[in-house]
Design a protein around this ligand. Structure first.
Ligand SMILES: Cc1ncc(COP(=O)(O)O)c(C=O)c1O
Length: 403
């Protein structure tokens, strides 16, 4: 199968990104030449005398004093993530939601308005609704992601435009540079959840965005063995995020999780290449199946979406969805349970391929209200061989026909 035309023309990782992900620029001589960095597993750093402690406290954000503030292992991964996103500063958090709440809490006050563009991750939306109820913030949702719709949603009190692109449910892609220009003209902060694309496939700060957020639990960690989040932005914008959200809300990353993340990053380029190659082959297969409709993945974008993708993305990751024609709960259940290789699980971005549906049998009316087809299946394509993955799906389609 020739799949070369499905990739983007600019699909190659720069040497700079490869080097950042690898350990080549790490200071091995600082830790006995160990090629794998140590885990500085400490809560506390003691100072040589009281004057040294007093001096350090004047520069709390940059000194090793207490690991809720700064820890060398965590700092090592923060520096790498900042460089991958071409940002000045990064702070890591205990989860992606920790990073998202840090950005929202540091930037919004009561009566402020936020615009949510595209289909935002469910718990992020739930947090916004909670902040609206408890703290009196206001929000508008712009599902289509069009510039005109976003411009129409701007009020005098709008402080932030928060985007997910591609949207992880719909895979809709929005024009990041155009949104950044519009926001900057109105003095509005822009933030994006860049988890789907990773910094290898999309660098929103270079397109004018102010803040990038990641759930590192997904591709960045890459092995389904850690929960982590990150925020990358300018030094100036990081001050409020660090002083308030990182320090006072306190959902910081542990040194051990940071070390796992460093290890995951070493193979990020090779893993992303493999996810991409696998996903386009699986999609090519699904396109041949008469039971399948509405495959949603940016590699299948129409001309208008493709034009935006070409301007701002360098490749495609492996999370996508499709619908089983006329499918309901019984259909998705049979399909999912007939897969052996695809495991049932709600996360994504790890080695193992995963399968899930939003249809849980008891929630079909709620899905209909949200315009989600009852036959929707979500796949996270992992690192296995594409032939094995396709054979697994083939078995599941055979099980549907045998009913
Ligand atoms: C797009 C997206 N953003 C953020 C998160 C939250 O990340 P975490 O689970 O690390 O808190 C998720 C988790 O599934 C996600 O899918």
């Amino acid at each position: 199968m020739d799949i070369s035309n499905l990739f983007l023309e600019n699909n190659a990782f720069s040497d700079a990104d490869n080097i950042i992900c690898s350990g080549h620029e790490e200071q091995h001589e600082n830790y006995f030449g160990a090629v794998s960095p140590p885990i500085i597993q400490t809560s506390l750093f003691v100072q040589k005398n009281y004057q040294a402690y007093c001096d350090d406290m004047q520069h709390e954000a940059e000194r090793f004093i207490y690991s809720r503030g700064l820890n060398p292992t965590v700092q090592m991964v923060e520096e790498k993530l900042a460089r991958l996103e071409r940002g000045e500063a990064c702070r890591c958090f205990a989860s992606g939601m920790g990073a998202i709440s840090a950005v929202l809490m540091a930037n919004l006050s009561s009566n402020d308005h936020i615009i949510l563009v595209n289909n935002i991750y469910g718990p992020t939306m739930a947090l916004i609704k909670l902040m609206a109820k408890k703290f009196g913030i206001h929000y508008s949702v712009v599902l289509d992601g069009n510039l005109e719709s976003i411009a129409n949603a701007i009020h005098a009190t709008t402080r932030m435009i928060y985007v997910e692109s591609p949207g992880t449910m719909t895979m809709n892609v929005v024009d990041l540079a155009a949104i950044a220009r519009l926001a900057s003209a109105h003095n509005i902060t822009t933030a994006i959840d860049n988890t789907w694309a990773t910094p290898l496939f999309q660098k929103p700060l270079t397109l004018g965005f102010d803040i990038v957020i990641h759930s590192c639990t997904k591709y960045l960690g890459g092995h389904s063995d850690l929960i982590a989040g990150a925020v990358v932005t300018s030094h100036e914008r990081m001050i409020a995020i660090r002083d308030f959200s990182h320090q006072l809300l306190g959902a910081v990353l542990s040194p051990f999780a940071a070390w796992l993340l460093l290890r995951g990053l070493r193979t990020l380029p090779v893993r992303m290449q493999r996810h991409q190659e696998n996903v386009v082959q699986v999609i090519e297969y699904l396109k041949t199946r008469p039971e399948v409709e509405n495959i949603r993945h940016p590699s299948l974008a129409d001309a208008a979406q493709r034009a935006i993708i070409r301007k701002q993305m360098f490749g495609f990751s492996g999370l996508f969805s499709f619908e089983i024609r006329d499918g309901g709960f019984a259909t998705v259940k049979t399909f999912i349970d007939s897969c052996q290789l695809f495991k049932v699980g709600c996360s994504w971005g790890g080695y193992e391929s995963l399968i899930i549906s939003p249809n849980r049998g008891y929630n079909e009316p709620a899905l209909a209200a949200d315009n989600i087809a009852p036959g929707l299946i979500r796949l996270s394509i992992g690192q296995e061989s594409p032939a094995m993955l396709i054979a697994d799906l083939d078995t599941a389609f055979a099980a549907l026909s045998a009913r």
